[in-house]
Design a protein around this ligand. Structure first.
Ligand code: NAD
Length: 423
């Protein structure tokens, strides 16, 4: 099957697409692989997938059978192994489900390639156990190696399109400077061999994808494509980008409940959120530098929705025994009529990977569609999926979802263009 056929010739059922996961072998990446395999084999229904709602029925989204998976990681393991570990440690996936998905997991694990550790910080670097991970590459060399892996994946599997989604560990915050404001200026510096950080790994993957003109989604709080030079470059290359940091649990509830207080004219005095969880993500976030990135994206939503900043506290603590199960306890102190103070408390107990994985599949399907529609730059209609949506100041979940509904309504029946270019 030629990858250069026009989209008009490719019916939805015959299209073949790739989902390339950065951080493929983590909890979220593994659950995406198990979930897509189980869905395509009819072992599960589509509960949890937003794009399986009736709203999306008439959109030309890729069916689960169209997907081939691959990705980058820095650890030496396989999807069969990481799925088994999640099953044993966190009690998710039944043995029967894993047996049913084994063949896909084995085949897809062969597509995983060594990633880059460029400026990821000590805590993430300590996770790496792959022998011969290159550690002295310039940013340009790392970008080219990533692109070679992406191109090989596409050619080997004869894919019409590939979307890249970052589900790797959260990097410490990265301070951008003048050079990150303009693509031509940044491009000049990529070949320099330097000891200080020009770009973190998340942005290496993002720029590699954008340069190919392929869609890129950042499900993490790491920098990725969230700076002016990368967005300019995406527009220039015709690449669609979206991010950042998936909105799956406590923050989702914040952006659902805060509009209620705003619309009832109840004044939020303070909002305290304590989060406890285990798993590898929790271990990485236990480093105060990495945690800072997460707290920034979780803490900013209230002021935007309420129009003022109540006192807030967000804590994230690593409790090993909880593994992939997160508990959030939120205490909301608010004031009503005649100055009377009241309290709302909630406890959220969610399984992190199970909440995140279907959204990654949704984002992959919607980003692939956007590229076929010729959309480039930031995909603002995907804001409801993120804690810190790129290019959008709106944090109210219902308004964000209305943006997605409007997009779907306008996209139904519209023609899509050819498969992505070969660079
Ligand atoms: P995890 O620790 O289980 O997986 C992360 C994976 O990334 C690991 O396999 C690790 O080896 C790999 N990795 C780290 N640095 C890499 C690099 N430079 N290149 C390639 N691979 C690299 O974490 P997780 O629970 O799967 O979460 C993944 C990411 O998604 C985190 O950044 C997390 O904050 C974000 N996220 C998760 C949720 C959720 O689980 N509900 C919600 C929003 C955002």
């Amino acid at each position: 099957m030629s990858a250069q056929r026009s989209a008009h010739q490719i019916s939805t059922s015959r299209r073949r697409v790739g989902l390339w996961l950065i951080g493929a072998l983590g909890g979220v990446g593994t659950t995406v692989a198990v979930g897509l395999s189980a869905w395509r084999r009819g072992l599960i229904d589509a509960t949890g997938l937003v794009t399986a709602l009736p709203l999306f029925r008439e959109l030309d989204l890729d069916a689960p059978e169209a997907f081939v998976l691959g990705g980058h990681d820095i650890r030496q393991t396989t999807w069969q192994q990481t799925a088994l570990e999640l099953h044993q440690r966190a009690g998710i996936f039944s043995s029967e489900l894993l047996a049913g998905c084994r063949e896909d997991l084995e085949a897809w694990s062969a597509n995983i390639r060594p990633g880059t550790l460029l400026h990821v910080g000590e805590t993430i670097a300590a996770l790496a156990d792959l022998p011969n991970l290159p550690c002295h590459e310039t940013p340009r060399q790392a970008i080219q190696r990533v692109q070679q892996d992406l191109q090989n994946f596409r050619q080997t599997h004869q894919l019409d399109q590939v979307v890249v989604v970052n589900v790797a560990s959260t990097e410490p915050p990265f301070s951008t400077t003048e050079v990150h404001q303009s693509w031509p200026r940044l491009a000049e510096r990529l070949a320099e061999r330097r000891t200080d950080a020009l770009l973190p790994a998340s942005s290496i993957y993002a720029l590699a994808t954008i340069e190919l003109g392929w869609p890129y989604v950042n499900f993490t709080p790491s920098l990725g494509a969230s700076f002016p030079a990368a967005i300019q470059f995406a527009e220039q290359q015709g690449a669609a980008v979206a991010g950042q940091d998936g909105k799956t649990g406590e923050t989702l509830l914040k952006t659902v409940l805060a509009p209620m207080f705003a619309h009832r004219h109840l004044r939020v005095l303070s909002w305290v959120g304590h989060n406890i969880f285990g798993n590898r993500d929790g271990l990485v976030l236990n480093d105060p530098r990495n945690k800072e990135s997460k707290i920034r994206t979780k803490d900013q939503v209230l002021a935007h929705i309420l129009g003022y900043k109540p006192q807030t506290l967000v804590s994230i603590e690593y409790i090993e025994s909880l593994d992939d199960w997160k508990t959030a306890w939120d205490h909301i102190h608010f004031q009503g009529f005649l100055g009377v103070k009241m309290i709302l408390q909630f406890i959220w107990q969610g399984c992190d990977s199970i909440l995140a994985a279907p959204l990654v599949i949704d984002l992959a399907r919607l980003a692939l569609l956007a590229q076929r529609r010729g959309e480039k730059g930031i995909l603002r209609h995907l804001a409801c999926f993120f804690k810190n949506p790129m290019g959008v100041q709106e944090h109210d979940f219902f308004r964000q979802f209305a943006m997605l509904e409007n997009y779907v309504t306008s996209a139904i029946g519209q023609p899509t263009r050819s498969a992505q270019p070969h660079n």
